[in-house]
Design a protein around this ligand. Structure first.
Ligand code: C2E
Ligand code: MG
Ligand code: MG
Ligand code: MG
Length: 287
């Protein structure tokens, strides 16, 4: 290969490195294009209260809808968006769309509670984050009481003092904060006490084997108990079956999200689902 390329610097790249660089570049172009052409979409996954299985809120999840390619999922583009700095623009698009949709759904009486939007570390640490969020809320006419922001443990470890400042600022404005993917990072629950958050989301990795593995069950049990002792709400992520649900209920977990209830859905499909719940079904008994 080196010879074919005339012995220039390319000789240091083997074919697979070259392929991954090409893939990366292609994806970066797709991401820029999606931002330019308005092809960033937001899907929504319902969050349920375990006590009565009622919808209590939504999580907004980014998707790229690339013409001729289809949907690209966040696992593929979020890391690249972070590296390139495009995450700032992407994150604000998602926040804006989520606020726009949520405002409408609240007004129509279809949804109550909060819409949760994920923030990357880079986005969260922007000096003017709070002002940016406020600007978007104002522009969309959305009450901060219907917004929740999800951050990950990494954010808290990087610069704890600064993180506390930002979080306090957001809270003063009425925005709730949730700690996402809990258990995958390095922070302890004791450490968490310092941070003004309302909710802990237990990562799917802990929920997966909860019905077979005693160890995992005990781990989740103590996370839930300690979170409650700290006055935090708990959400279980990635609930896929009834056994997991039953165990989470016994462990007093309050909320859950997962494919068992619903996958993340485009706004139109979500509304169809919600409409089924607000319009009472005529059952054979009542007909
Ligand atoms: P996350 O915030 O922890 O979101 C949960 C992820 O788990 C979502 O993947 C969701 O589709 C998936 N999930 C939910 N229930 C189940 C289940 O029962 N089984 C399985 N197998 N998966 C389930 P998604 O949408 O691919 O997003 C992946 C991650 O990308 C998110 O994890 C979040 O960290 C990041 N992300 C998504 N949208 C945004 C965004 O707008 N901004 C930023 N900064 N990050 C985002
Ligand atoms: Mg999340
Ligand atoms: Mg998560
Ligand atoms: Mg995640």
């Amino acid at each position: 290969h080196a010879k074919r390329r005339g012995g220039n610097g390319y000789q240091f790249f083997n074919e697979s490195m070259n392929q991954s660089a090409v893939r990366r570049l292609k994806l970066e172009n797709q991401l820029r294009q999606a931002l330019r052409d308005g092809h960033v979409e937001v899907h929504y996954q319902p969050k349920l209260a375990l006590k009565d299985r009622q919808f209590v809120g939504l999580e907004a999840l980014a998707r790229l809808n690339i013409p001729g390619v289809g949907m690209i999922n966040p696992v593929d583009f979020i890391p690249l968006a972070e590296e390139t700095g495009l995450i700032i623009e992407l994150g604000e698009r998602v926040l804006q769309q989520a606020c726009r949709d949520m405002k409408q759904w609240v007004e129509q009486g279809l949804v109550s509670g909060r819409v949760a939007v994920n923030l990357s570390a880079r986005q969260f640490m922007q000096p003017d984050l709070s002002a940016r969020v406020t600007r978007i809320l104002n522009a969309e006419g959305m009450a901060p009481e219907h917004l929740e922001l999800e951050i990950t443990e990494g954010v808290l470890m990087e610069d704890p003092e600064r993180a506390i400042e930002i979080m306090t600022d957001l809270q003063t404005k009425g925005i709730d904060l949730a700690l996402d993917d809990f258990g995958t990072g390095y922070s302890s629950l004791a450490y968490l006490k310092r941070f003004p958050i309302q909710t802990l989301k237990i990562d799917k990795a802990f929920i997966n084997d909860i019905s077979q593995a005693e160890r995992d069950r005990k781990m989740v049990a103590s996370i839930i108990a300690m979170a409650h002792n700290l006055g935090l709400h708990v959400v279980a992520e990635g609930v896929e079956n009834k056994d997991q649900l039953t165990i989470l209920s016994t462990l007093n977990c309050e909320y859950a999200q997962g494919f068992l209830f619903a996958k993340p859905l485009p706004a139109s499909e979500l509304l169809q689902r919600l409409a089924i719940r607000v319009v009472p079904e005529s059952t054979p008994e009542s007909a």
